[in-house]
Design a protein around this ligand. Structure first.
Ligand SMILES: [Zn+2]
Ligand SMILES: [Zn+2]
Length: 80
């Protein structure tokens, strides 16, 4: 058994509404992808510790194509 993020693994999509215009926001991947210093192959535990996110959550950025707002949404991981 391993904790995986359902969005990173393509198991499910997650609908988030833009707080400004109520448009559906696009998932843009886990937040660690946005830091050049972080390798995507870095141990998940270390990365999430740095981000200050609990180990059972994966922090994703959602982006609104309509107004350009972005939002960080912690996604609960699932056991596989
Ligand atoms: Zn994820
Ligand atoms: Zn918006």
């Amino acid at each position: 058994m391993e904790e995986v993020c359902p969005i990173c693994n393509g198991l499910s999509s997650y609908m988030v509404r833009c707080p400004h215009c109520q448009e559906a926001m696009m998932a843009r991947g886990p937040i660690q992808d946005y830091f050049d210093d972080y390798s995507p192959y870095l141990d998940q535990g270390i990365t999430q510790q740095v981000d200050g996110v609990p180990a059972h959550q994966c922090l994703h950025i959602f982006y609104c194509e309509k107004c350009g707002a972005d939002r960080r949404v912690p996604i609960n991981t699932i056991l596989m």
